[in-house]
Design a protein. Structure first.
Length: 64
């Protein structure tokens, strides 16, 4: 499978939202914050983009 990349665009999500809480490793938070600094996006936007990308590109392997 070819490696896909997440490209961060200027588009913002519009629509209904809900608050979700998750525990993340500190190293991952630092990496996300670095992405925020480089792109001018806030943490919420970057995490949302990453999750949307993951959901759209997930491949589930069944173990029968």
């Amino acid at each position: 499978m070819a490696k896909k990349k997440l490209v961060i665009t200027a588009k913002k999500y519009v629509g209904e939202t809900a608050v979700v809480s998750a525990r993340l490793p500190n190293d991952l938070i630092r990496e996300i914050d670095n992405i925020c600094e480089m792109t001018g996006r806030n943490r919420n936007e970057v995490i949302q983009m990453c999750l949307e990308f993951s959901v759209e590109n997930i491949e589930i392997e069944r173990q029968d």
